[in-house]
Design a protein around this ligand. Structure first.
Ligand SMILES: C[S@@+](CC[C@H](N)C(=O)[O-])C[C@H]1O[C@@H](n2cnc3c(N)ncnc32)[C@H](O)[C@@H]1O
Length: 238
């Protein structure tokens, strides 16, 4: 059974969600219908985020360091839990400047900030890497994303562009995973598992893919945990 968040942490998370500029976020997350998008997703995003925060509360050690690649609204409850309950240092990166400004505005007074920069520029070692719905981001990697999600059209698929995107993703995966101290933990989406396990296999680093998945409310990719450098690579049943 996972641990429960403290009442003060839940309160802080709810306050941050109350302070978010949903009109501004609407156009960032959705080409059209941003208002309806957030009306539907805000509650589930907050609730599922808190549930995932409780899972990680039982898994992460106090005083460690986490690197977040592509941290947005969905990550707010988990980042808050890490800082407020475990006293961990969080480096939360996102390339969308407007979103980072909105997140930082809503998080004023709390002991964390989001940074608009490439996560590969993060300094120092980390014992937890969060990389969710980023290596298959349709905005940055349209061909790779289509393939990942089983939406690629064989008639129009651009294999040259795909190869460029794959090289960028391999570089990004290496740039972030090589900052992980071993044994370490990776939180990622089920669709991104192959990038993480491939990185481990190439370096003969054992990894354990945990059986359980956790639902998310924005991109809606289920999230899973992978232990890196602690045991032999285990293949999922499903
Ligand atoms: C599809 S969004 C996912 C956001 C969030 N993780 C979620 O699940 O809702 C992908 C995010 O990854 C960010 N991103 C992509 N490459 C990045 C990099 N190298 N460093 C930091 N952020 C990155 C983008 O700016 C964007 O915010």
């Amino acid at each position: 059974m996972s641990k429960r968040l403290k009442t003060e942490t839940r309160r802080a998370i709810i306050q941050v969600f109350d302070r978010l500029d949903y009109a501004g976020l609407g156009s960032i997350y959705c080409d059209e219908g941003g208002y309806t998008f957030w009306k539907d997703r805000r509650g589930p995003c907050q609730e599922l985020g808190m549930k995932l925060a409780e899972v990680l509360l039982g898994r992460l050690q106090p005083k460690g360091r986490s690197l977040y690649v592509g941290a947005g609204v969905a990550e707010l409850p988990i980042v808050a839990m890490e800082c407020l309950e475990l006293g961990r240092e969080v480096a939360a990166f996102n390339l969308r400047a407007e979103e980072v400004a909105i997140l930082n505005q809503a998080c004023q007074g709390l002991p964390f900030q989001f940074v608009c920069d490439d996560a590969q520029s993060a300094k120092g070692p980390f014992d937890h890497l969060w990389i969710v719905s980023t290596l298959n981001d349709p905005e940055r990697f349209p061909e790779l994303s289509a393939l990942s999600y089983g939406r690629a059209n064989p008639v129009t698929f651009d294999s040259v562009r795909f190869a460029q995107e794959r090289a960028t993703v391999l570089e990004l995966t290496d740039g972030c995973l090589s900052k992980l101290v071993l044994p370490g933990l990776v939180t990622t989406s089920v669709e991104e598992i192959p990038w993480i396990t491939d990185w481990c296999t190439r370096r003969e680093i054992p990894c354990v893919l945990e059986e359980e998945d956790y639902p998310t409310a924005i991109v809606e990719d289920p999230v899973c945990l992978i232990g890196i450098g602690q045991a032999r690579h285990k293949v999922r049943k499903s």
